[in-house]
Design a protein around this ligand. Sequence first.
Ligand SMILES: [Zn+2]
Length: 114
Amino acid sequence: MSRLKKYENATRKYLKMFGLTSWRVNFEWNPSDVNSEGSVFYCREDRNATFTLSRDVKLPDKVIDMIGFHEVLHVLLADLVSMAETTYSERAVSIAEHSIIVSLENFLTEEIKK
Ligand SMILES: [Zn+2]
């Protein structure tokens, strides 16, 4: 199975887990200007989300799964982030958003270890 398909499967698993069924989703390799391992680009109004994965890095399955989890949390928080950005800077909101995401990643990692 290709890494992109593994990423899609992981992402779809977490979308389902969080009940994010109103989104239309696509999966692609990262655009050339994106150098993170994974990313998500979304339009809240259209409920479209494109999840991307780095083509360059050989990522273990567990890491691909965790990237899917991370990017799904961005979609989960999308409406809240959008509202917060009307009052606070994009950077401040991103820091607060990632603080929640990393806490949930740590929680999930601990749960997997049990
Ligand atoms: Zn992130």
